[in-house]
Ligand binder design. Sequence first.
Ligand code: MEV
Length: 417
Amino acid sequence: MSKETSSSFQHHMQAQQGRLSSRLPGFYELPIGQRREIILGMNHLQTHDQTIQGEKLGDFSTLSAELVDVFIENGVGTFALPLGIATNFLINGQDILIPMAVEETSVLAAASHGAKLARAGGGFQTCSTAPIGTGQIQLYPREGFDYESVLQRERMALIDHANEGQHRLQARGGGARNLTWRYIEAIKSLVLYLDVDTRDAMGANMINTMCERLGKRVQDLIPCEMGLRILTNLCDKRLARARCVVPQAQLSNREFSGAEVVDRIEQAYLFAAHDVYRATTHNKGVMNGIDPVVIATGNDWRAVEAGAHAYCCRTGVYQPMTRWWKNSAGDLEGEIELPMAVGTVGGVTTLHPSAQASLRILGTPSAQGLAEIIVAVGLAQNLSALRALASEGIQRGHMSLHQGNMRLAAQKGASQH
Ligand code: MEV
């Protein structure tokens, strides 16, 4: 670390008196121990919970054999991933440090760089819909039976029935909200859709429990064979959105003016919008930002991945997850909208020490708040990738960061021969 970096850090620390700005120039040059100290020095972490300090945040890598045994079957150990902090994020005017668990070189650097570009335009503005998850109940009704009249008449009673036994969810303001249905002729199936406000939980278990319970009641009303009862991961009523503006001056480099880079990023987006091969890679880059935060907070990244990609196909053609355009001032503007079924309470999120530490670093957001942070990180990641791809290419930056990996791999290879 250079002297200059270290003294600018001291100055920064004094200025912030514990509650750090997410703008941490030189953070990447510090040794890991010092980076930890800075994160541990954050005001809201110090005052929040002392046990988190020593036992959880102090060691970012704990997962006891007891927890391994609770989380999965046949457990024999853990599989470690690096956990890092992406800097520079300003989301709805708030500085937020982003914990990311990922093995890929340059992902954290790129997220931090994208956040820095967006910061110059005021950071990310985000919003989200209520945390509504949906469960499906599939029935094969007896031919000719008037299920439509029964469902119309019983709809409210069925919603009430689904809510029975869900006192804790209801006390937190959640619960079943709506029931709709459609008949799929090709498979002779009546499919019921139960919408549930899951509040701060991801909610898979509660939705599945409610669907199984409701299925039994529906069978009493409609003569039928029962099919599947399970949530859908295409939770298109549970959306998170982020938007940002990057002043064109931020985008200039040795080869191109800022205005040229704005045009080139817009063209890069249009390429993805018109070519599914490019859209897939574009979206992989978005998920480079999303998955690591989902993982770091103990959430189900397979569910998030499945929902995100299905949502991109909602018009029948696979589309990019983000959209970029030149605004009337000639600056770059971008947005993202994705389903985001994540929770901040329950299951692994509550039990996993590193997930708890990550949530504390994020400022203990609600599930909706976390969903908004996650899509903002996806947008930053994509911005950084497109900026590089649309100008000098990604390999220069990537390979310079990747050198440590290659050196170790070469040493290992040499020692194995
Ligand atoms: C690499 O992990 C991700 C990128 O390929 C994304 C993209 O092409 O937009 C750089």
